[in-house]
Design a protein around this ligand. Structure first.
Ligand SMILES: C[S@@+](CC[C@H](N)C(=O)[O-])C[C@H]1O[C@@H](n2cnc3c(N)ncnc32)[C@H](O)[C@@H]1O
Length: 304
């Protein structure tokens, strides 16, 4: 298993489905709230060998895209499938999405499309390459590597990733979020995660490399942190614009809200949406993210 995969595996929440049940119920209520469909008639559907039941026929199909769907633990997919005919789940992590829908009855699965894609433009393979390149430099220079060189290499590799970011919405629209592509678009708890694996990976690498080469003295990675923030600031307004243009009826954003200690990525999203002066409804929901470690988020749900 590569070092990148080992780092990534530490990033999963094994009890998410159980732990997030209260938040999931409330957030799903907000997603389906007001979704009304015009019934144009009823048709019989076979239920078993002899029985049939009458089900409504709707005027038009309703579609929803759920961005950063991951393990599908923070929304109720079965409930959502009662309201929508076409459900597109989008995430960089296709494995989690595939596992999440495995158990679902065929009748639901038929409605679902899985799309592996990155909202930032930086793929999983790009991040793995970043990790490999840093490790290659470490083994190339060994004890000859200084803290300054290490930080410079991090910044150089980050610049490679920065070039991959969606700089305007046109390419993002072509790849993932077509204008007026879905009736509803949902993006919950994703903005804070766009660069978080990368940040976590850098911290793990820095910790290990410091004990290997710098007698446990960590180099200052302030400039690296600043660059990651700047990358979020470039891409988040682009993602938000594309989401707003992609949703025909409703866009649902959810971000960790903390006035005292703003959450990286979440903060930029909240501010970006507020600055657009949209006609928006806001809710606060409690997300018991990791009860074992007492991590609870105040989620600001912004619905446009
Ligand atoms: C905290 S989770 C949100 C909860 C998730 N819906 C679930 O139920 O597991 C954030 C999700 O965003 C995804 N994500 C992170 N960066 C992404 C990117 N650049 N593009 C698309 N999805 C991304 C992660 O893979 C993860 O599934």
């Amino acid at each position: 298993m590569s070092i990148y995969t080992q780092i990534k595996d530490k990033f999963t929440m094994p009890n998410a489905y159980q732990d997030w049940s209260r938040y999931r119920e409330k957030v799903t209520g907000l997603i389906v709230d007001g979704v009304e469909r015009e019934v144009v008639g009823y048709e019989p559907v076979k239920e078993g060998l002899v029985k049939t039941k009458m089900v409504p026929v709707y005027k038009e199909d309703l579609s929803i895209a759920i961005l950063g769907a991951g393990s599908c633990s923070d929304f109720d997919l079965v409930e959502i499938a009662q309201y929508f005919d076409k459900i597109t789940l989008i995430d960089v992590d296709k494995k989690s999405m595939t596992k999440a829908i495995e158990w679902m009855p065929e009748i639901f699965k038929e409605k679902i499309t899985l799309k592996e894609a990155s909202l930032t433009g930086i793929t999983d393979a790009d991040q793995e390459r970043f990790c490999e390149h840093i490790l290659k430099r470490v083994s190339q220079y060994g004890n000859g590597m200084t803290k300054e060189m290490y930080v410079r290499f991090l910044l150089e590799e980050l610049s490679v990733l920065e070039k991959k970011l969606y700089k305007d919405e046109i390419k993002l629209q072509e790849d993932i979020l077509p204008p007026a592509g879905y009736d509803v678009v949902v993006c919950l708890g994703v903005h804070s995660q766009l660069m978080s694996l990368l940040s976590y990976m850098i911290n793990v690498l820095t910790y290990n490399i410091s004990s290997q080469l710098f007698q446990g003295q960590k180099p200052s990675i302030k400039m690296v942190v600043t660059k990651i923030k700047a990358m979020n600031s470039i891409v988040i307004p682009v993602i938000n614009s594309a989401i707003l243009k992609c949703s025909k009826e409703k866009a649902v954003f959810g971000c960790e809200y903390d006035e005292m200690e703003p959450v990286e990525g979440a903060y930029q999203c909240i501010i970006d949406l507020v600055e657009r002066s949209l006609n928006m409804t806001e809710y606060h929901l409690k997300w018991e993210f990791n009860p074992e470690q007492n991590v609870v988020y105040d989620m600001l749900i912004q619905i446009i």
